[in-house]
Design a protein around this ligand. Structure first.
Ligand SMILES: Cc1cc2nc3c(=O)[nH]c(=O)nc-3n(C[C@H](O)[C@H](O)[C@H](O)COP(=O)(O)O)c2cc1C
Ligand SMILES: [Mn+2]
Length: 455
């Protein structure tokens, strides 16, 4: 891909792009970052992105909504929304075949200003949902290095501000950052990290790519370089031995402390429910660097989080699932239940392949609870069409596969003792395909040959 050549590698250029494509609303009035900002954003969720120019009590604007509209992201990558997952999975596959190294320099836009005494209170971090436990970083990318091998990792974590130089964060059980942290903690040492706010789409894709696409021994930063068409530039940090993104808006440096847990939450999660307050992992901030004129980036908790994760994760999983079951033609998270319901489309050549596809999907995506497989004459992006396929092509006594006692996603209220039951739904027509399953069709008519009034 050629995003670097198109000069689309930072938030400032994104804002220009959004404006050129009529995808940006500028909020001119002063807005309170506590509840009001998210309340306004919620009213525009799914449409144009919002730039809050005047945030009460802060010097910097806030951008929100970059990930809540797939058409916008498709435009950015010069494709259309249906092609978006394929374009991304091609990039992930190209990276897997030739992973490249980033460029590391001392200075970049993200350390134009070095705040000598770090104070998270100077950043316009919004307080989103009414029941959230505090102000949350929702879109920032954490960079860390494997304590044993030194391999770099990128991931996104919700982070609640608890002091001028303190945050609490969530480390998911199966994530690579958790794996790094556990090994650091066993040695009794902190895990150094940089937290990069205001990064571009390729870096979010890299950070959200699932372990099945980017295994622990690989540095997923290369996915972003692949999309840029040139190596991503990193900067050395001031106080830790991990790099940061040179084009970020803000970099928060620090370490996750061993054997320390402090209260975090509640937080309005991707599930649509509040995650409970509990004792979780603690980051001590050692430095903050920034651009001279930074724009703070936030993701509205809830649906936008699902989209940001869903687009990258399904692209990464498609690369894997297609590799295992080549008859699979596309995968898509059902919009209402990211990351739990994955729809898989298959051009079935062998009876039974659709069930292999269900198993491949479950091992490729740790959080998926339901996999529905449909044929190629079903529009997997349309919940109505998928529902029709299940209603007319699934024989419930034989085509529902229940897999009990599998590892569940802890955020989901259906999980008990870390376990839940997964469901595979086979909504494909059996082979050889009986004639009664041919879809009713009308003639394909060229409308330009007809005159209409009231169109
Ligand atoms: C917006 C967003 C928020 C996320 N929040 C968290 C989180 O709070 N904790 C967590 O462990 N993973 C979170 N994730 C998921 C991880 O970033 C994601 O699973 C990633 O692939 C993990 O990287 P890894 O494979 O290198 O472990 C979030 C993802 C996105 C896109
Ligand atoms: Mn990883």
């Amino acid at each position: 891909m050629d995003l670097a050549r198109r000069n689309l590698t930072d938030i400032q250029r994104y804002i220009e792009f959004l404006e050129q494509h009529d995808h940006l609303i500028r909020v001119k009035s002063e807005v309170d970052p506590v509840f009001e900002l998210a309340g306004i954003a919620k009213r525009f969720e799914g449409g144009k992105a919002l730039l809050f120019e005047r945030v009460k009590g802060y010097d910097y604007p806030v951008l929100i909504g970059l990930y809540w509209n797939r058409d916008l992201l498709a435009k950015l990558l010069q494709t259309d929304s249906a092609r978006l997952p394929f374009v991304l999975s091609d990039e992930i596959r190209a990276w897997q075949q030739s992973p490249g190294e980033p460029v590391i320099v001392k200075q970049g836009p993200a350390n134009e200003v070095v705040e000598t005494t770090p104070d998270l209170g100077t950043l316009p971090i919004p307080h989103h949902a009414e029941g959230d436990g505090g102000r949350y970083l929702t879109s920032s990318v954490v960079i860390a290095r494997d304590p044993d091998t030194g391999v770099r990792n990128l991931s996104i974590h919700r982070m609640m501000v608890t002091g001028k130089n303190r945050l609490t964060l969530l480390l998911e059980e199966l994530g690579h950052l958790m794996d790094y942290y556990r090994r650091a903690e066993a040695k009794g040492v902190p895990l150094e990290i940089t937290v990069n706010n205001g990064i571009d789409f390729p870096l979010t894709v890299a950070a959200a790519s699932p372990a099945s696409a980017a295994p622990i021994e690989m540095d997923e930063l290369g996915i972003a370089s692949q999309m840029w068409g040139e190596p991503v530039t990193l900067i050395e940090a001031q106080t830790v031995a991990v790099e940061a993104i040179a084009n970020a808006q803000f970099v928060i440096e620090g370490k996750i402390l061993p054997r320390v847990r402090e209260p975090e939450g509640p937080y309005a999660e991707v599930t649509g429910y509040y995650a409970e307050r509990d004792d979780r992992w603690v980051m001590e901030v050692t430095a903050i660097t920034r651009r001279r004129n930074p724009v703070f980036h936030s993701i509205l908790s809830g649906k936008e989080v699902g989209n940001a994760y869903g687009i990258s994760a399904s692209a990464g999983a498609f690369a894997k699932i297609h590799g295992l079951v080549p008859e699979v033609t596309a995968v898509h998270f059902a919009d209402g239940s990211v990351p739990y319901h994955l729809v898989v489309q298959i051009d079935k050549k062998h009876e039974g392949s659709q069930r292999n596809a269900i198993m491949a999907a479950f091992v490729s995506l740790a959080f998926v609870k339901t996999v529905t497989v449909v044929d190629t004459d079903v529009d997997l992006y349309s919940p109505t069409d998928v529902d029709w396929a299940v209603a007319t092509r699934c024989r419930y006594e034989t085509d529902l596969l229940l897999i009990p006692e599998t590892i569940g996603h802890r955020l989901n209220p259906m999980v008990a003792n870390d376990k839940w039951t997964r469901l595979g739904v086979d909504a494909t027509v059996p082979l050889p395909r009986p004639a009664k399953f041919a879809r009713a069709t009308m003639a394909q008519v060229d409308l330009s040959r007809f005159e209409f009034e009231g169109l």
